[in-house]
Write a protein that binds this ligand. Structure first.
Ligand code: ATP
Ligand code: MG
Length: 399
């Protein structure tokens, strides 16, 4: 490179007199959507920002000249369990709070032998003509619908051709009825794990661990994008990739992000426990223990959910069913340490009259509406007669 190329360009002195410098205002309604996405999909602020920027452009109908396309064509890249599908789902919920306006096509059906006729229907004389095509015009043509093609690498060449047509013409014809479905008011989101194996190898090599800093994760994110983009180029032709408006990389999750996801999962779990008048708090040490066991940057947040089921849900259900914890209790999960596998956590409880009332109220409600009833644990009396408040919190062992 010549020295001339390395010089900074001269400041632009061509700005006409009287022009004001533009700065960003705060009137954009999409800002609220961005905030909401940030509050539910953690540690993916850059990805969320890209999504919102693309939506913003689409909202004004700025489409680089071609109006016959979906509002926006997005591709979410990244390792497994980092929030790609969740982000699409949440965006749809936010745009359509009353429901509807969201269609998810799980592309793994194509690797199980389904053909594209599952999407567009079969012509009248063919087998399968009675089956309703998955591309439902009522949903897709709802303004600002979100159409998610999940895990597109599991599809076939036939599917990818159909996607090319959607991205380029914004329209496909259903073969069973001859009806055209327009995607022009739809937000098209595709997700993929292409390159996941290389991403995993890269993460392993970098030795990303439980205590990796946010900066580490940030640098990793850029590399993940590069790996994903190169993998995409190996699978798809350039003209296919060029139809995508924005390729958005989701990053591996840092431990602080995992901690926020843990808190949210516990909140959701408490939303279920309350049906039995149970509310659970997990001590900081117990939380740290579960996070360590459930942390695997290769699989994102997926192992964490499994850990919670095993370490909290299962023993809690057992304790309640066996009468070890009465319905209507505050429960505290503490870390005991020790060598014995899977006995590191200990459950403590304290009966609480408000929670007991709440349990009775909910169970009466469910009795009136049996269709909504979850399978309740066997009715049982607690083995101890409920400790007095003076004894405060009792410890119970699981077996
Ligand atoms: N960044 C995140 N913030 C909050 N929750 C998350 C995040 N990532 C994952 N989760 C949790 O993990 C679950 C799985 O995430 P999701 O389905 O979005 O994974 P994905 O990125 O689509 O992975 P895959 O490539 O395997 O489909 C979600 O339902 C959510 O509960
Ligand atoms: Mg997914």
């Amino acid at each position: 490179m010549s020295a001339a190329h390395q010089l900074a360009p001269l400041p632009d002195d061509s700005i006409p007199d009287g022009m004001r410098i533009a700065t960003r205002g705060n009137a954009n309604p999409l800002d609220a959507i961005e905030d909401d996405l940030r509050n539910t999909i953690f540690g993916q602020n850059r990805a969320i920002e890209s999504v919102v920027r693309a939506l913003n452009r689409a909202r004004f109908g700025f489409s680089a000249g071609n109006r016959n396309r979906p509002l926006v064509n997005l591709m979410f890249l990244g390792p497994t369990g980092v929030g790609k599908s969740e982000c699409a789902k949440r965006l749809a919920q936010r745009l359509h709070p009353e429901g509807g306006g969201f269609l998810k096509i799980d592309c793994s059906i194509f690797s199980q032998g389904h053909e594209v006729s599952a999407l567009v229907g079969a012509p009248p004389s063919y087998v399968g003509r009675d089956q309703k095509p998955l591309l439902d015009p009522d949903i897709i043509e709802t303004p600002n619908s979100v159409v998610l093609f999940d895990e597109i690498e599991k599809g076939t060449a036939e599917l990818w051709n159909l996607l090319l047509q959607i991205m380029e013409d914004g329209e496909v014809t259903l073969l069973n009825s001859g009806r055209a479905v327009s995607f022009r008011n739809a937000i098209l989101i595709m997700t993929t794990n292409v390159g996941a194996k290389e991403m995993v190898d890269y993460i392993d090599k970098r030795n990303i661990g439980f205590r990796s800093t946010r900066q580490d994760m940030e640098a990793t994110g850029q590399q993940i994008y590069q790996i994903g983009f190169e993998a995409l180029q190996r699978v798809f032709r350039p003209e296919w990739i060029n139809r995508i408006d924005e390729i958005i990389a989701f990053r591996p999750l840092s431990s602080s992000t995992m901690s926020r996801i843990f808190d949210r999962m516990m909140k959701e779990a408490n939303g279920q426990y309350i049906n039995y008048g149970i509310q659970v708090e997990v001590s900081p040490a117990a939380k740290d223990h579960i996070l360590r066991k459930g942390y695997n940057p290769t699989f994102g947040a997926r192992p964490l959910r499994a850990r919670l089921l095993k370490d909290i849900d299962a023993p809690l259900a057992d304790l309640v069913a066996s009468g070890g914890i009465p319905q209507g209790s505050r429960v505290y999960v503490a870390y005991q340490g020790g060598e014995q596998y899977d006995q590191e956590l200990q459950f403590y409880y304290q009966p609480d009259e408000h929670l007991a009332q709440e349990a009775r109220r909910r169970q009466e409600e469910l009795a009136r509406e049996p269709s909504r009833r979850p399978t309740p644990p066997a009715e049982s009396k607690p083995s101890s007669q409920g400790p007095s408040m003076a004894r405060s919190i009792d410890s119970v062992t699981r077996r």
